[in-house]
Design a protein around this ligand. Structure first.
Ligand code: PMP
Length: 441
């Protein structure tokens, strides 16, 4: 993994020969957009169109998108496209004016949360949501101390990048931030939940020893960038209790695990039967339209609301809310929570069957349509096999199937199909990965 740039599956100059058109586009990007952007894959994709679970490149080649957590109810979902277009043709304005749709949507969303969560604030991106959550938590607790997992990703603003260790060693963590090892149940087994809770307690104790009072423990409900750690369901409870015992809040980052992704509940934290103090969300919320938000216990935001005014020009604008409401409609009307569970289980069973033939598959895990497949060079020692994971990701790309990788050692295949994935899509995926594993064997 390229930890210097903090990105798994990043395109590396010279890794493979590229066609002249792709080469020219990459050079042009660099010239115009500068050096900070990263492309995916050894042979980057030039996509021009999407429909449902499929993406199409500039030459008309089709790719099955099994890495989709933004347009999660399908590329160019007609209902969402219509909702955006209709609202944009009527009114596109902001929270400085009374508007009914933001209230209706907030009411619907809050009804999906634990009773304790009573307010909904709107932002444009997940980073923006975590930044606001951080401000609220630090204002409420009066502390600054933050505990995260060691390969967590929470976003890109100055304050959020300070608690996003997966950005790599060149992006400094804040002096008020401590990391704990990911809840790696594959290696730790039944000892994991207690160890994880103790690590969170120890991290807050260490902050206090250094004169830094606790503010919050934040984790992504499926530990996506840490390597996809779903279970056992309920394991998070000890860590949340440890945070609360230390006087810290628990922020559930649902940017990845929210909106039905994990198959058994709308929100990832619900699998663990814990009640967050703050919930942040984004990515699939508008199926591609930028909309994100923060749901919060009312008491936490009272003083913040009095002392700091909050206006986010595009956050919660009427078009964003129309897109978000349409997404919730589709999730409900098309039973996508159930689909995520059923097709997710089907994919996991198929992958587990492959693990019987291919020694390089050490573990198959995940919840709903968020799946991690850990590639190892030796099953006994469980040593991470980054090279094979990279080869599978790029091999699948050449087969017309898109996934990526994650984890500190970049050896876990990150498989995250749209919630509309069908059994046929899953079979297509399983056939393609089998072909790639055969080639690598
Ligand atoms: N939290 C998590 C768990 C994420 O995965 C991401 C994005 N990958 C973010 C926050 C930040 O969201 P955004 O890119 O919309 O700022």
């Amino acid at each position: 993994m390229n930890t210097d740039t903090g990105m798994v599956n990043a395109y590396r100059e010279g890794a493979v020969d590229l066609d002249p058109e792709t080469r020219r586009m990459i050079d042009r990007r660099r010239e115009l957009l500068g050096p900070a952007y990263r492309l995916f894959y050894e042979n980057p994709l030039h996509l021009v169109r999407g429909e449902g679970a499929w993406l199409y490149d500039h030459e008309g080649n089709a790719f099955l998108d099994a890495y989709n957590n933004v347009t999660s109810i399908g590329h160019c979902n007609q209902r969402v496209v219509d909702a955006i277009a209709t609202q944009a043709g009527v009114l596109a304005t902001n929270t400085r004016y009374i508007h009914g749709s933001i209230l209706d949507y907030a009411e619907r969303l809050l009804a999906t949360m634990p009773d304790a969560i009573g307010h909904m604030m709107f932002t444009c991106t997940g980073s923006d949501a975590n930044d606001l959550a951080c401000r609220i938590a630090q204002a409420y607790t009066g502390g600054r101390g933050i505990v995260v997992t060691e390969t967590a990703y929470h976003g890109i603003t100055q304050s959020v990048s300070e608690f996003s260790p997966s950005l790599g060693k060149n992006v400094a963590l804040g002096p008020h931030v401590r990391t704990v090892e990911a809840p790696d149940v594959y290696r730790e087994g039944a000892a994991m939940p207690d160890r994880f809770a103790e690590s969170v307690a120890a991290a807050f104790a260490d902050l206090k020893r250094h004169g830094i009072e606790p503010a919050f423990f934040i984790c992504d409900g499926i530990f996506a960038s840490d390597g996809v750690f779903d279970g056992p369901a309920g394991f998070l409870k000890g860590a949340v209790d440890a945070a609360h015992d230390a006087g810290a809040l628990y922020i559930a980052d649902e940017v990845q695990s929210g909106f039905a992704r994990t198959g058994d509940a709308l929100w990832g934290f619900q699998r663990h039967d814990v009640v967050p103090d703050i919930v942040t969300m984004g990515k699939p919320m508008g199926n591609g339209y930028p909309v994100a938000g923060v749901a919060v216990r009312p008491t936490l935001v009272q003083e913040f609301g009095r002392n700091a005014r909050y206006f986010n020009t595009f956050g919660g604008n009427a078009v964003a809310v129309a897109a978000a409401a349409a997404v919730l409609d589709v999730i409900e009307n098309e039973s996508l929570l159930e689909n995520a569970r059923v097709i997710g289980d089907y994919l996991r069973v198929g992958l587990q069957a492959l693990a019987e033939s291919y020694e390089s598959i050490g573990d198959v895990r995940g919840a709903g349509l968020f799946i991690g497949v850990e590639m190892v060079s030796d099953r006994a020692s469980k040593s991470p096999d980054t090279a094979t994971a990279t080869a599978v990701v790029n091999g699948l790309r050449d087969e017309g199937v898109l996934i990526s990788a994650c984890a500190k050692t970049a050896n876990v295949l990150k498989i995250r199909p749209p919630l509309i994935f069908t059994r046929e899509n899953a079979d297509h995926f399983l056939t393609a990965i089998k072909r790639v594993l055969d080639r690598l064997a």
